[in-house]
Design a protein around this ligand. Structure first.
Ligand code: KG4
Ligand code: ZN
Length: 317
């Protein structure tokens, strides 16, 4: 739950995590997730308003994620947003969760310019998206199977490192040898699509074949993911002739990915914007930012706005 002023100033951005609830199941349990959302939302709303130091009559627009995601949880958020918009007589804006990630780099880099190329890497998605201008999304390629974050989570599970896996693998990787195992670089020379499920299997096979230090396995796995992501990003920027590149989504927290992208962009003279880690992982400020962007484009959502489990990126103009 966040309050954003003029699309830029984050007056509050509260995150409540359910990780502890789901950890013992090794992943998110949908029914538990929506119940926890229901319990958390009203107190969070009040806290976000208090922290922002604003009252309800100061608000101009209500933006909400209406997909893609676990439908029960998304529905809870949509119901709260509709109620707010209806009671306060404010415009409602249904935001695609991916749009939130795409605009998140603008929160800390207001001078960012279009056209830009975005690498969106989260637990559910891996996409290279070209934004010729605000509100237009050209998906250059996406994953054919597992998302990058999902691969991190599955490898962590395999190595019994707990859930969510990304941050642990990242940390262990810093202490390991990235050249210990030459894991495959799936589809490296092949267009803009990704595939990470084979890589996960390669890690499993390696573990079954010979025991290696977990740090080395993490470092080698992470190096494979990072090389694929950075290589495709560079190639896409080249083909498009784009100089502004951004990375968003939970996996954009990854220290190896951040470093490799910084190096590539420095070498190639691209301008790179990566949000701070707290704005990479799911948060409401990014949804507010996307809502603000859409509002300026003239987009409005009806009060019977629906929630969607899956939802492709669609052009807004
Ligand atoms: O964007 P996000 O918060 O939620 C989704 O929309 O999916 O991304 C969560 C994903 C998880 O898979 C998590 O393991 C991964 O981001 N992640 C990381 C790191 N921090 C979070 N993956 C690699 N390295 C990290 N440091
Ligand atoms: Zn996300």
């Amino acid at each position: 739950m966040a309050v954003l002023e003029d699309g830029q100033r984050i007056r509050s951005n509260l995150i409540t995590s359910q990780t502890d609830v789901h950890r013992r199941y090794g992943g998110v349990v949908p029914e538990l997730a929506s119940r926890k959302h229901l319990e958390a939302l009203n107190p969070m709303l009040q806290m976000a308003m208090e922290e922002a130091g604003v009252s309800y009559c100061d608000l101009d627009v209500v933006a909400v994620t209406h997909g893609p995601g676990l439908i029960g949880a998304v529905l809870v958020g949509v119901a709260v947003a509709k109620t707010l918009a209806a009671c306060l007589g404010l415009p409602l804006l249904g935001v695609n969760h991916l749009e939130g990630h795409l605009y998140s780099p603008f929160l800390e880099n207001p001078e960012l310019e279009y056209p830009l190329l975005a690498l969106l890497v989260s637990g559910g998605h891996t996409q290279l998206v070209h934004l010729p201008c605000a509100g237009r999304y050209q998906v250059m390629g996406a994953t054919r199977d597992d998302a990058a974050g999902e691969a991190f989570d599955k490898v962590a599970k395999l190595l019994e490192l707990g859930y969510p896996g990304g941050p642990v693998v990242d940390k262990l990787a810093t202490q390991g040898n990235a050249k210990a195992v030459a894991f495959p670089r799936p589809m490296l020379d092949n267009g803009y699509e990704f595939s990470f499920s084979g890589l996960k299997t390669a890690v499993r096979n390696q573990v079954e074949r010979e025991p290696l230090a977990v740090e080395d396995l993490c470092a080698s796995f992470q190096a494979a993911v990072v090389e694929v992501l950075v290589t495709k990003m560079e190639r896409a920027a080249d083909e498009l002739g784009v100089e502004n590149v951004v990375v968003a989504g939970g996996v954009a927290c990854n220290s190896g990915l951040r470093r490799a992208l910084e190096e590539m962009c420095l070498r190639r003279g691209f301008r790179l914007a990566i949000p701070s880690p707290r704005l990479c992982t799911d948060n409401a400020a990014m949804i507010a930012r996307a809502g603000w962007e859409l509002y300026r484009l003239g987009v409005r959502s009806p009060l019977d706005l629906d929630a969607y489990a899956s939802m492709p990126l669609k052009d807004r103009i």
